[in-house]
Design a protein around this ligand. Structure first.
Ligand SMILES: C[S@@+](CC[C@H](N)C(=O)[O-])C[C@H]1O[C@@H](n2cnc3c(N)ncnc32)[C@H](O)[C@@H]1O
Length: 287
C-alpha cells in the first residue's frame, strides 16, 4: 500500500463525544494513554537555542549561543473520580474493537490495578492477555523508596482465541548472557518478554516534540507491528503528540487520532504532515 492510500484522521474534541460517531467493530487495534491521574498539571516547555555573542554555550565554528524557553504544552492530570471518567471511554473501546482486534491501556502504578478490575468487568476476565511492563531508567531516584521507573500496559483481546499477533514482526534484543546460548542464537538475539526495557523520549533527541508525556516511537512500533497488519484501521483517542499515529503511518496502517487539546492536535498534525491528515474540529469552541 502506498502512503497516499492511507487515511489519517485527526479530531479535536472530547473523545466521549466523538467515539459514538464510529461504527461498532470498526477498529483493528486501539491503544490509549490517558492522563495517569498524577494530581499534577503535566507541563513541558521546549527549549530553543538562539545565536548570541554573549551566550553561555559554544557551538559549531566557535559561535556563541544561549537557550531560551519556547512553547509550553500542558494539561490537567487530576480527577476526583478517575474511574468514572475512564469507564464510559473503555466501554466505547470495547464496542469499537473488531472481532480479531486488541485493546491496549497504558497507565502507571497509580491507577492500573483499579483499571484492571474495571476492564475485567467490561471485556471479561478471559479476554485479558498480558500486562506489559515498560521499564525505563531515567530521571531522579528516590532515596526513601524504590524509584518508580515503569509504566503498565494492559492488553485485552476481543476474542482471546483469535487475535492478531505477528510473532515474526517482533524485534530481537540481545541475550543477557550470550555466551550461554551459542554463537548462532546470540547473533540472532531473542524476543522480548512482557517486560520491555526502552528508554524514554530523550529530552535532547530528534524524536522529542516538547509535548509532556510523549511516548517513544520504539514502544509504539512494537505494538503496531505485532498487533496489526498493513491496511488495518487503528485508533488512539488520547493521542497527545500523535506518537501512535506516527508509527501507524510509517507501517502502512490507517489511523484515527483524537485529543481535546488544540496544542496536541497542532503537534500531531505537524508530525503527520507527510500523511496529509484530515483534521476535524469537534471542540465546543468551534460550535
Ligand atoms: C498521556 S497524554 C498522551 C500522550 C501521547 N500518548 C503521546 O505519545 O504524546 C494524554 C492526552 O489525553 C488528552 N485528553 C485528556 N482528556 C481527554 C478527553 N476527554 N478527550 C480527548 N483527549 C483527552 C490530553 O490532552 C493529553 O494530550
Amino acid at each position: 500500500m502506498s502512503d497516499v492510500d492511507l487515511k489519517m484522521e485527526i479530531h479535536l474534541g472530547d473523545n466521549l463525544e466523538i467515539l459514538p460517531t464510529f461504527e461498532d467493530g470498526s477498529f483493528d487495534l486501539i491503544y490509549i494513554d490517558p492522563p495517569f491521574n498524577t494530581g499534577k498539571i503535566q507541563s513541558r516547555t521546549s527549549i530553543r537555542t538562539v545565536r548570541d555573542e554573549q551566550g553561555d554555550r559554544t557551538g559549531f565554528g566557535s559561535r556563541r549561543y544561549r537557550s531560551i524557553p519556547g512553547d509550553t504544552t500542558s494539561y490537567a492530570d487530576s480527577f476526583d473520580d478517575y474511574l468514572a471518567f475512564l469507564e464510559p471511554r473503555l466501554e466505547q473501546a470495547h464496542r469499537l474493537l473488531a472481532p480479531s482486534g486488541s485493546f491496549f491501556l497504558h497507565l502507571d502504578y497509580r491507577e492500573v490495578h483499579y483499571a484492571k478490575v474495571l476492564l475485567d468487568d467490561i471485556f471479561g476476565r478471559k479476554h485479558f492477555i498480558n500486562e506489559i511492563i515498560w521499564a525505563y531508567d531515567y530521571g531522579a531516584r528516590s532515596k526513601k523508596r524504590w524509584p518508580s521507573k515503569h509504566d503498565n500496559i494492559l492488553w485485552y483481546a476481543a476474542d482471546p482465541k483469535h487475535y492478531t499477533f505477528n510473532f515474526e514482526a517482533i524485534d530481537r534484543i540481545p541475550y543477557m548472557a550470550p555466551e550461554l546460548v551459542g554463537a548462532e542464537k546470540a547473533a540472532r538475539g531473542k524476543t522480548p518478554t512482557d517486560v520491555w526495557w526502552h528508554t524514554i523520549v530523550s529530552p535532547n533527541g530528534k524524536e522529542k516534540t516538547g509535548y509532556a508525556t510523549q511516548k517513544p516511537l520504539g514502544i509504539m512500533r512494537r505494538l503496531v507491528g505485532v498487533h496489526s497488519n498493513p491496511g488495518d484501521r487503528l485508533l488512539d483517542f488520547f493521542a497527545g503528540s500523535g506518537s501512535f499515529g506516527c508509527a501507524a503511518f510509517e507501517m502502512g496502517r490507517h489511523c484515527v487520532l483524537i485529543d481535546d487539546s488544540p496544542r496536541a492536535v497542532q503537534i500531531m498534525t505537524d508530525r503527520l504532515a507527510l500523511a496529509c491528515p484530515t483534521v476535524h474540529d469537534s471542540s465546543s469552541a468551534s460550535r
